[in-house]
Design a protein around this ligand. Structure first.
Ligand code: DGJ
Length: 734
């Protein structure tokens, strides 16, 4: 059992081959944090880590003892007003308006495996041996509240999954203002905090800054996890780089409003917390009622950021993503959005599908505009029945024609939204999230349905089921194109709406994936506005960004790879001039970037000339040959687009016998210096072939691959801006 409880010292030790997590029941009967990091030997006690000493100004817990002050004890789940002066992990208001709490240890249990979180996405075990769980039950005796802290340690991954649960056994109702999923006190603050920040079309850029005293945080109050701040942060030691050094990643398995923070006190203790954002959250819990927090993940690496990312990728691929497409390479698709926008009809779609099939494409996705009377973004959201003006023979006919061509067929939905100009709005104006007599803002001319109301979700589900059955869908793109404002529900208590809304989204997803287990779901929120682990539990892939420009995608995909698997990143080759930037990039570069993702095309195939078609055919057969490796191989970042003109990354298979490097140079430079890039992940002893040349693994990893003008030089056809090259590294068989 990798979780041990030392009775005498009342110490819990969760450990596996790579990490240790230590905490203990304190003399004040609450829980203290002792250590998290690289694995240490187990022993009976680690009490010296409490570092008790008298310090001025601190409220002391025991009479006549100046050494025991909560302010100076690392807490496992701190509460307000105890003399711990950093952020609390829980906030409950009761009775006369006071927020005092005193949770003390009651009992615990340890078991093999991991429980499901009701109604919430969470990591899971494939076999009970995959993980061990510790649940610690704490009680506030005065209020009769039960707080359960749950910790799962994975057997073969440096991962701890946590969540918290509060139940009111008392007579009186309480107001729950905040319940964090995790709180972790680290004994020093010598870290750089890494975040993935951005905005629409420039999602998940990597930012890093040293921790400073005080609060630093990332958050979303948009109703979705957002393009702006991803529910992820990492603390890395200042010298940690891609290949070496200590880093701890924190990720929240949640798609709604969140807060992740690091509160550093002037003694340099860094408190990390993650959970639902308290600002838009309030639950009244009556006698017998409970609240379950989402899951938060702590992922560790002692070998730099690449290994941290690989740990996240393995965790998400093996223990979060579910269903038919788990671990399976993804169909090569064509999506008509940038090819036609709203301007299409049946014949155009059938012609596009035919031409796509001839190129080797496997799945045709009909995007926005197929329903209601939708010819632009002003109308019809909520009217999920076919637009017979555009598709006169119906969706079933179109789908069967496309299936007859040997293609799979997929459709776009934006289930959570409503247009004022819709039949649904005429019927149910009260289903919009908006307050009576208050102003309501639109986003892209649309409004948000009250998904916290189960009637709304059921109604939308019925409409979707009808269409899915009629058209025998193989794929669904689930979009969500605005942040939420003026959130007010006619159905729900207001402090619950944001969270219940997300639960409504999760419930609809769950119903659909249970009913249609073969359907591939791709989540989307104006590109990557909801690229989070919560979504990956339902949809194994996410449209990474509305920015389809290959050069912009370098940063977006590079940043996304810090946490999310390559197989989860929707990546398409689009037309030039690029629709977001008007940039002209070679077709080869557009594909070389998109290969490191789910891969597809998003253009009007009917506009392609003969040479382009031939190139695309070759690209598709290349992807078919290597997609399992590209999407599920071990991924290494080698050169960062955030640091220079070149980007380089590679994937390696488990046997270390095959690898592919993507090398991208943004601008052509003149007479540049020499360049060697050290590769990663190969077997030092093996002999490899790259472009007919032989190299040992140790050569490639210690001397490096020579990347110079020769490979993108003046006399080379690939001279110029935005050039790229793939290198296939194949083991030489004896
Ligand atoms: C935003 C998505 O990100 C796009 O790919 C496309 O589906 C449009 N919405 C359609 O309205």
């Amino acid at each position: 059992m990798p979780i041990i409880y030392h009775q005498q010292s009342q110490t819990f030790h969760l450990y596996n081959q790579s990490i240790s997590y230590l905490m203990k029941i304190l003399p004040s009967h609450d829980l203290g944090q002792l250590y998290f990091g690289k694995r240490v030997h187990d022993k009976e006690q680690f009490d010296y880590l409490l570092e008790l000493a008298p310090r001025p100004m601190s409220p002391c817990y025991f009479q006549d003892d100046l050494t025991y002050a909560k302010e100076h004890i690392k807490q496992e789940f701190p509460v307000l007003f105890t003399g711990d002066f950093k952020q609390s992990a829980i906030d409950v208001e009761h009775g006369d308006g006071n927020h005092l709490l005193e949770f003390v240890y009651d009992h615990h249990c340890i078991f093999q495996g991991k429980e499901k979180l009701p109604d919430l996405p969470a990591t899971y075990c494939n076999n009970v041996q995959d993980a061990t769980t510790l649940k610690i039950y704490l009680v506030d005796h005065l209020l009769n509240l039960e707080l359960v802290l749950s910790y799962t340690i994975f057997e073969n991954l440096p991962v701890i999954a946590r969540n918290s649960y509060l139940k009111n056994h008392g007579h009186d109702p309480i107001q729950l203002h905040s319940l964090m999923s995790l709180s972790l006190d680290l004994p020093d603050c010598q870290y750089d905090m890494i975040e993935l920040t951005g905005a629409w079309s420039r999602e998940r850029h990597i930012k890093s800054s040293p921790l400073r005293e005080g609060m630093q945080s990332i958050a979303s109050l948009r109703g979705h996890s957002s393009h702006h701040f991803n529910p992820f942060l990492a603390l890395k030691r200042p010298h940690c780089d891609e290949n070496d050094g200590e880093v701890i990643g924190f990720s929240l398995v949640y798609s709604g409003n969140f807060l992740m923070s690091v509160d550093v006190d002037t003694y340099h203790v860094a408190r990390v917390q993650a959970g639902i954002h308290p600002a838009t959250f309030q639950y009244e819990l009556k006698h017998g009622e409970a609240f379950q927090s989402p899951e938060a993940l702590i992922v560790y690496s002692h070998h730099g950021l690449n290994v941290l990312s690989q740990n996240f990728h393995t965790l998400f691929n093996d223990h979060l993503i579910r269903g038919h497409y788990k671990g399976k390479s993804r169909p090569i698709l064509i999506n008509n959005w940038e090819g036609t926008y709203f301007d299409f009809n049946e014949q155009k779609i059938l012609d596009m599908a035919k031409a796509s099939q001839e190129l080797g494409i496997e799945l045709f996705v009909l995007d926005d505009g197929w329903f209601g009377k939708r010819n632009n973004d002003h109308s019809s959201l909520g009217d999920w029945f076919v637009n017979l003006k555009k598709l006169p023979h119906g969706i079933g006919y179109l789908s069967s024609k496309i299936h007859q061509m040997g293609l799979q067929f997929g459709l776009w939905f934006e289930s959570e939204m409503i247009s004022y100009d819709s039949l649904l709005y005429q019927k149910h104006p009260e289903w919009v999230l908006q307050a009576p007599q208050r102003h309501v803002s639109h986003g892209r001319h649309q409004y948000v349905l009250d998904f916290s109301n189960p009637d709304v979700v059921n109604y939308i589900e019925e409409m979707m089921v009808k269409i899915i059955d009629e058209s025998h869908l193989d794929y669904i793109k689930w979009d969500m194109n605005r942040s939420m404002s003026e959130v007010y529900s006619m159905y729900q208590k207001q402090g619950r709406v944001y969270h219940e809304y997300i639960l409504g989204v999760y419930r609809l997803y769950e119903h659909l994936i249970q009913r249609y287990p073969h359907i591939l779901f791709e989540s989307c929120a104006s590109g990557g506005g909801r690229f989070d682990p919560g979504m990956l539990y339902y949809a194994p892939q996410t449209w990474t960004s509305d920015d389809s420009d290959a050069i912009e995608r370098l940063k977006i995909q590079y940043g996304t790879s810090l946490v999310y698997p390559i197989s989860s990143m929707g990546s398409h080759v689009s037309a030039i001039p690029n629709h977001q930037l008007k940039r002209l990039t070679p077709l080869s570069t557009r594909a070389n970037v998109a290969y490191f993702g789910t891969f597809g095309y998003e253009l009007d195939v009917l506009q392609l000339n003969h040479d382009e078609k031939e190139m695309i055919k070759a690209q598709i057969s290349f992807m078919k040959q290597y997609r399992q490796l590209l999407q599920f191989g071990r991924f290494y970042r080698l050169l960062s687009p955030f640091e220079g003109n070149e980007t380089m990354w590679m994937v390696v298979n488990d046997q270390q016998s095959l690898a592919i490097i993507g090398y991208y140079r943004t601008l052509q430079e003149v007479n540049v210096g020499y360049r060697r890039v050290r590769l990663s992940g190969l077997d030092e002893q093996k002999l490899y072939i790259i472009n007919q040349q032989e190299y040992y693994g140790d050569e490639l990893m210690n001397i490096g691959l020579v990347i110079s003008d020769e490979s993108c030089g003046e006399n080379h056809s690939d001279f110029g801006d935005y050039r790229s090259q793939l290198f296939i590294i194949q083991e030489k068989k004896p």
